[in-house]
Design a protein. Structure first.
Length: 368
């Protein structure tokens, strides 16, 4: 049954439903009175949930049906363990199951950050159900941390430098509800301003986004997951459970995206100032080591920063060489979250791409 939440200042026009799956109930958010149109499915990133997409959902033209899905352990969806050894497949399987219950095929997938990896995994698993793929500052196809080169070569066999042990424990404590003041650099609000958006960003919906971040389920089975000690710098490697371990390169490889068939059109949108997904990411321990922030750094030859953008571009170039097509749009002055930093410009770019992709999908076949 649909639930309405008028008390939430940014929920005006948003309808919330719970979709029961076999082992969890999934929170699905739609624009009220927009149950017709071409389905556009939004998948959020790490330490966030669907409300980050509300501005874009409400602004999309009426020919589209915006649908946002909270991943397990985030937002309004039930908390269930994340099997990191499956990469992002737990999340991808949940989203796919929701779409099956809703009877939706030929969906336009929009994934932000970690969600970009989720929609790539969905396309790898069932490309024939995907009308298009939009990647917003997506995680590298080779995961987060612990790799080098455009081919995602591991820096260490155990994935050292990636996984749950790389996160700031004070930030985890803040998400768990510890009494950490907003002024602390480890608070959700500070992290929002320092990492999610470019300097100077202001929004009337800031509380909505902070609340969304704080909805993250914390623990060894969820965020950040279980950490494993390593004999290789920086001394931590990914475990088998939890979100950050699902993003570790020993568990995640999305390079098969280059060979999916059929090959839907792809839009890659990224903020020019993104500090998270970058060839010099502020959250990559190798980058922090090179800057002298993490002690014991063994040097650039041993642990170079991960070239995240170059890795994504390499896989998408291979996709294009195999017959697919992609467009890269760089938004100047924008950070990790184009959809809340430059909503009007982002939505216009997305709508143009979706119109083009939908036209390709419905174009009559020339039988000669």
């Amino acid at each position: 049954m649909a639930q309405h939440h008028p008390h939430h200042p940014h929920n005006l026009g948003i309808e919330i439903s719970m979709i029961p799956l076999e082992d969890l109930d999934v929170c699905v958010r739609e624009v009220e009175f927009r149950q017709a149109g071409w389905p556009v499915v939004f998948v959020h990133g790490n330490v966030s949930s669907s409300p980050f997409f509300f501005p874009t959902m409400l602004a999309l033209p009426d020919q589209f049906r915006p649908i946002a899905i909270d991943l397990r352990g985030f937002g309004g969806t039930d908390t269930r363990p994340v099997d990191a050894t499956r990469g992002l497949r737990d999340f991808a399987d949940d989203v796919r199951a929701v779409l099956q219950v809703m009877g939706l095929t030929d969906v336009h997938l929009v994934g932000w950050s970690m969600g970009g990896g989720v929609v790539m995994q969905m396309a790898i698993d069932e490309a024939d159900r995907v009308a298009s793929v939009t990647l917003i500052n997506p995680v590298s196809p080779f995961g987060f941390g612990g790799t080098t080169g455009t081919d995602g070569r591991l820096l260490a066999p155990d994935g050292a430098g990636s996984g749950a042990g790389t996160v700031n424990p004070e930030f985890v404590a803040a998400l768990a509800g510890d009494d950490i003041p907003d002024e602390s650099p480890s608070s959700a609000r500070s992290v929002l301003h320092s990492f999610y958006v470019a300097p100077g960003w202001h929004s009337d919906h800031e509380e909505t986004f902070v609340t969304s971040m704080m909805s993250t389920a914390v623990g060894p089975d969820n965020y950040p997951g279980e950490a494993v000690p390593s004999t290789t710098w920086p001394g931590t490697a990914p475990g088998r459970r939890g979100v950050l371990n699902a993003l570790a390169p020993v568990n995640l490889d999305l390079s098969p995206f280059a060979d999916i068939d059929p090959a839907p059109p792809v839009l890659w949108v990224r903020g020019e100032l993104d500090p998270i997904i970058s060839d010099a990411s502020s959250l990559d321990l190798a980058q922090l080591g090179a800057l002298g922030v993490v002690p014991g750094y063994p040097g650039l030859e041993v642990a170079p920063p991960q070239p995240m953008l170059a890795q994504t571009r390499s896989v998408l170039d291979s996709y294009a060489s195999a017959g697919g097509a992609y467009e890269e749009v760089v938004m100047p002055g924008v950070g990790h979250s184009p959809h809340i930093e430059a909503t009007e410009e982002f939505t216009a770019t997305l709508a143009r791409f979706l119109d083009s992709a939908q036209a390709e999908l419905t174009e009559p076949v020339d039988l000669g």
